[in-house]
Write a new protein. Sequence first.
Length: 139
Amino acid sequence: MALPKFEVSLSYKLNDTLFFWWIRGEMMNFGADTWWIICTITTVVIAIIGFFLKRTMNTQDTHSKDINRIKLTYVTKEELKETKEGLSADIKLTQADVKEIKEQMLSKQDYYRLQTQTEQKIDKIYDLLLKQRGDYNGK
């Protein structure tokens, strides 16, 4: 079965804006109003394509920036492991220091007890000084 041959041609007359489309030997005429509609549709299609192309390019730029940021800040597993080991050693040292500080520090109760003893000693010294002067009434 042979396919029919299609002949397509387009001609344009500048003075009265007629378009002739020849398909299968039939002629189609387009007036100025039809040309306006075709141009409007073409413009809208180009605008839509431009919008999506621009959006795609912006997304691509954002992805490129993100990839560059990741390249600058990424860490390999070996580096992470070394860092974790270093931090673990530092934490152990800090814990040992805290333990040592706890052993050597003065507790709140001990501080108050020592302050009370010191005050009692000062009171005894004051009483002795008053006795020497003769102003001591005794308690």
